[in-house]
Design a protein around this ligand. Structure first.
Ligand SMILES: N[C@@H](CCC(=O)N[C@@H](CS)C(=O)NCC(=O)O)C(=O)O
Length: 215
């Protein structure tokens, strides 16, 4: 099984299925394509029909693109792992918060992009980003209160993987968060799979100038 991803420093969508594979100990090969270079699109298109990363290529040559579709496919294939909560009602809630992340939070995503190596404290705080951050904070607090932590639905699940890139954004841009949300962000950052992704991002040498600059 091969996972095609972008730079670990910048590619927020790539981080999600990579974490699921790593956290649950599923062996896979990774292929990193450096983003925003002249040949990036052609290199991605050779492996991913959408022209986007991530894309999972399974042994039988099935291509699964889009981070949430990959996570769903992994959950279906590796049922021995509770990638989604086992309880149907809780699973529905976990799917809802994951889908909310997947299709929303445009204000946050556009003003506070993922750049693990960078530190831009207090920047990017547009009204749209702040409204999204307030919703993320409330959603995390609600899940942690209802399910008792340490992760959104108890044990680490796809829902946490979906929000891990948001944690990376918060580490870089450092918006004000509630104590509960800050503690959750710290727990996610310290997870072995997340630490491994961060270490790899710190070692990368490829740079995308416009993501490294903050006006
Ligand atoms: N909804 C998609 C989004 C994928 C996406 O936008 N990936 C970006 C990198 S993080 C990409 O492939 N960019 C390459 C390009 O636009 O050329 C997913 O969840 O996988």
């Amino acid at each position: 099984m091969k996972l095609v991803i972008g730079d670990k420093n910048y590619s927020s969508w790539s981080m999600r299925p990579w974490l699921v594979l790593k956290h649950f100990g599923i062996p896979f090969e990774e292929r990193v394509i450096e983003l925003q270079e002249a040949d990036s699109t052609a290199s991605i298109l050779a492996l991913s029909p959408s022209g986007k990363v991530p894309c999972l290529i399974t042994d039988d040559r099935v291509h699964v693109w889009d981070s949430l579709a990959i996570c769903e496919t992994l959950a279906e294939q590796f049922t021995q792992h509770a990638m989604w909560p086992r309880d149907a009602g809780v699973r529905a809630q976990a799917r809802s918060v994951s889908a909310e992340m997947h299709s929303g939070f445009v204000g946050l995503r556009s003003s506070m992009w993922m750049n693990i190596r960078a530190s831009f404290p207090g920047r990017g705080a547009t009204p749209e980003a702040l409204a999204d951050i307030a919703r993320v904070d409330a959603l995390w607090c609600d899940c942690l209160a209802k399910h008792g932590g340490p992760f959104l639905f108890g044990d680490f699940s796809i829902a946490d993987a979906m929000y891990a890139p948001v944690v990376m954004r918060f580490n870089t841009w450092q918006p004000a968060l509630s104590a509960v949300a800050s503690a959750y962000a710290r727990r996610v950052t310290e997870l072995p799979a997340v630490s491994a992704w961060i270490d790899d991002a710190l070692r990368e040498t490829h740079r995308v100038a416009h993501y490294d600059a903050c006006a």
